[in-house]
Design a protein around this ligand. Structure first.
Ligand SMILES: Cc1cc2nc3c(=O)[nH]c(=O)nc-3n(C[C@H](O)[C@H](O)[C@H](O)COP(=O)(O)O)c2cc1C
Length: 320
């Protein structure tokens, strides 16, 4: 696998509420070739909304980041794409357009996967964003909108014609949300139908599934979302598996608690009172360890770094 644009083989997916600076940092350190911001509202940017702009803050030393915009108005998407490019300069690896989010509050406004129901509008957005920017532009979408109605191949062709530089396909229908399995054959069908690179996404949970995704779809890169939650080691595992070399050993309890501590400290440095975001990450890191269920309840009551550190200490004395 050559990698998307010759560079990125294993990518951390955009994840609203998850792929913030701290999580991107640990994923990059553990081997992700590229990490994505959470999805960013083009409309919010156009109103100079501070909270929305904050999503584009970079970590120290974060030299490359993928940015994902969502929205459905071609002109707003284009003007904000151009603004993002100006803001981030060389740090912007490429811009992705969200055409896959199935959340009700997103699709009810015509954003995210609702664009799969209107391929002409989706294509106009891609064309306008391309026109307004000089960076590479991609679109991330699903197998289709309605359960059982696979439209991704035709959709991908339309997006390619509109000038996209690559696409990312998540092999589930929007109506499926996250239920059932991702159908990788649909990604293979998109790959055979278009000439621009294809990123495969959906249900990569370890090195073996990373390799299977590459082999079964012929994709140019893989993108990992939930498989990285509490598990940034997956990037090194996936890269080793893709290269056909031995995977690094799985993390033990000490590695897991140590990484959770580092993550919490990073989050605290950047987000301060937003440290409550660490609750879900902490639960993910320790899942399956002895004492994890008790720790989970304690994490969910933590609101400061010190409180998290106390639970990490207790867990360490319990399982190390
Ligand atoms: C908590 C969460 C937040 C997500 N946020 C986004 C998002 O902002 N933009 C996007 O395109 N997809 C988003 N997704 C979808 C993922 O990027 C990915 O397509 C999906 O989870 C399938 O990949 P996986 O099986 O590796 O999790 C999100 C998924 C999760 C679980």
């Amino acid at each position: 696998m050559e990698g998307l644009f010759g560079k990125y083989r294993v990518i951390l997916a955009p994840m609203a509420g998850v792929s913030d600076i701290a999580f991107r940092t640990v994923c990059r350190e553990m081997g992700a070739d590229l990490t994505f911001t959470e999805m960013v509202s083009a409309k919010g940017l156009s109103y100079a909304n501070e909270k929305t702009r904050h999503l584009l803050d970079l970590a120290e030393g974060e030299e490359r980041v993928g940015v994902q915009l969502f929205g459905h108005e071609p002109d707003t998407m284009a003007s904000q794409a151009s603004w993002v490019q100006e803001m981030l300069g060389n740090s912007l690896a490429y811009l992705d357009i969200n055409m896959g989010c199935p959340a009700r509050k997103i699709v009810s406004k015509g954003d995210g996967s609702a664009l799969m129901k209107d391929p002409e509008l989706a294509a106009r957005i891609v064309a306008k964003v391309k026109e307004a920017s000089t960076c590479r532009v991609t679109a991330k979408f699903r197998r289709g909108w309605a359960l059982g109605d696979e439209t991704c191949v035709e959709f991908a062709k339309r997006i390619e014609q509109a000038g996209a530089d690559a696409v990312c396909v998540h092999g589930r229908f929007a109506e499926q949300l996250y239920r059932g399995n991702a159908e990788w054959e649909s990604i293979a069908r998109v790959k055979s139908a278009i000439s621009i690179p294809v990123v495969g996404n959906g249900d990569i949970i370890d090195g073996a599934s990373a390799r299977a995704m590459a082999e079964q779809t012929g994709c140019d890169a893989i993108m990992i979302a939930r498989g990285a939650e509490g598990n940034p080691w997956i990037f090194a595992q996936a890269k080793a598996a893709l290269s056909g070399i031995d995977e690094p050993p799985a993390p033990d309890a000490s590695d897991r608690i140590g990484m959770a501590r580092r993550h919490a400290r990073l989050l605290n440095e950047r987000e301060g009172r937003n440290i409550v975001r660490m609750r879900k990450h902490a639960c993910w890191y320790v899942a399956g360890l002895p004492g994890a269920s008790k720790a989970r309840a304690l994490f969910n009551a933590c609101s400061s770094l010190e409180e998290f550190e106390t639970v990490f200490d207790q867990l360490e004395s319990h399982c190390l």
